[in-house]
Design a binder for this molecule. Structure first.
Ligand SMILES: [Ca+2]
Length: 470
């Protein structure tokens, strides 16, 4: 299929199973609101106080959950950065977009592995209408601040519907969280950097600075409706905290804690404080009542080492970033604002693609139909409600520290993973075994066969790229 066809939304949708009709714009259109979308990077499901963290302190996010709705079974569409981001901006599954690995690796499959993994799409396709484009068309000012990681210079945020872009580049991480956020280490031809943040001073921390820039943009809106997409790099590596906070958490580490990285805990404190700054600013500017705020992460917590220390631990979930076990793809998701119940906990499985129609609808725009997304508006209002969706699918045909190439399907309480190297399948009952400790595929052959058939059919429908024998 030529690229021009591949990336027309119409061709994606007509090839789908007819889910598009149910995913189209809702019949009654709520009044438009400002929309603030805050994305953390590599934040694990169990990293926040309100999700059971034991060392980390996140009072502002915990308060946000009490004031709004906290999702217990929200999934990133991918276990790594760029693909999940693409799913949020377009409402399409990374497997369908052929964006299944982070940008730097998209054209560089490893050569020393048992399977040859696919080359994938590097840049967010121009032909798709993004959240920012839909909201811009609806009359909103659109602000991107922080990490982008979805394309080279021709595909930076300003070319995907954003009126302003501060800090968004092809880079997935800063060289350092301390000003000037760059170093002298070279990555593929240039040192990592974060542009647009001039005039800082030594000691200034990136997460604080991004929030300051975001709040300045909110003030420039001066009453006009706006969409702010605030993408913190925090807590992605390099794991660097403010020294006084690192010291504070270091003194609290005790045997038996799940979380044992003081620098990571310090980063999370800074992340949390900055979410608090955003919420306070909205309140002070009398914008809170008319602003939907959504907070989430782009993949599960990173369980490898950085600066010699294990970064985080997603217990009670299994594994972490890169893996399709729950620790790799289940993430925090919290919403608050107009149309969101107070103090609700939603246990429905939802996926990052769902944010596409959700954010656009909240801002008064018209989401394009997508076969992969359902608006969460109803669950915001009634967290005990249901989404009419049979299954969620995941596809990571690549290698990572935590995995070999794999696909997965979750339907109700059941989850099946299929590993491409040896074709083995694993079946888990997430209700009785949320930690995926006991593979019950052999005891439930009919269930496993049914889910495997579903997963294979889905891969064909979305034209998923699969690895081949090397
Ligand atoms: Ca990430």
């Amino acid at each position: 299929m030529p690229d021009s066809q591949r990336f027309s939304r119409r061709s994606f949708c007509t090839a789908s199973l007819g889910l598009a009709a149910s995913a189209a714009a809702p019949a009654s259109r709520p009044a438009p609101h400002n929309v603030v979308f805050i994305l953390a990077d590599d934040l694990g499901w169990a990293d926040l106080g309100c999700y059971g963290a034991d060392l980390h302190e996140t009072p502002h996010l915990d308060a946000m959950a009490r004031a709004g709705v906290r999702f217990t079974h929200a999934y990133s569409a991918s276990p790594v950065c760029s693909p999940t981001r693409a799913s949020i901006h377009t409402g399409l599954h990374p497997a369908r977009l052929h964006m299944t690995i982070w940008r730097e690796q998209s054209q560089l499959p490893p050569e020393n592995k048992p399977l040859r993994t696919p080359k994938t799409v590097e840049d967010l396709p121009q032909k798709l209408t993004t959240v920012a484009e839909a909201l811009h068309s609806a009359g909103q000012l659109t602000f991107h601040v922080g990490k982008w990681h979805l394309g080279g210079p021709d595909n930076y945020p300003e070319n995907h519907g954003f009126d302003a872009n501060i800090g968004g580049t092809h880079w997935g991480a800063p060289q350092s969280y301390f000003y000037p956020y760059r170093g002298n280490r070279w990555f593929g031809g240039e040192p990592r950097y974060v542009p647009g943040l001039y005039g800082g001073k030594p000691g200034e921390f990136l997460t604080d600075r991004l929030t300051s820039e975001a709040l300045r943009l909110v003030d420039t809106a001066a009453g006009r409706p706006f969409f702010l997409s605030l993408n913190f790099h925090n807590p992605h590596t390099p794991i660097e905290g403010k020294p006084e906070q690192v010291e504070r958490y270091q003194s609290r580490i005790r045997p038996g804690l799940n979380h044992r990285n003081a620098a990571y805990a310090a980063m999370l404190q800074t992340l949390d404080e900055n979410v608090g700054r955003v919420l306070l600013h909205l309140k002070e500017r009398k914008l809170a009542e008319n602003t939907l705020v959504v907070f989430t992460s782009d993949n599960g917590g990173y369980i490898g080492k950085n600066q010699g220390q294990v970064v985080t631990n997603n217990t009670p979930l299994r594994s972490g970033k890169g893996s399709l076990y729950e620790g790799g793809v289940r993430v925090p998701l919290i919403a608050m604002g107009p149309g969101v119940a107070q103090g609700g906990v939603c246990r429905q499985p939802v996926i990052s693609c769902d944010l596409y129609p959700t954010l656009i609808t909240a801002g008064g725009g018209r989401p394009e139909p997508t076969p992969d997304a359902l608006p969460l508006t109803g669950l915001f209002r009634n967290p005990d409600g249901r989404l009419e969706r049979e299954a969620l699918y995941f596809h990571y045909p690549h290698y990572y520290e935590t995995t070999t190439p794999v696909s997965a399907v979750r339907a109700g309480r059941w989850k099946l993973l299929e590993y491409f190297e040896d074709g083995r399948t694993e079946l888990y009952d997430l209700e009785s075994d949320p930690g995926e400790t006991r593979d019950i595929a052999k005891e439930n052959p009919a269930q496993a066969a049914e889910l495997l058939a579903k997963l294979k059919a889905w891969r064909i429908q979305v034209d998923a790229q699969v690895p081949t024998r090397a």
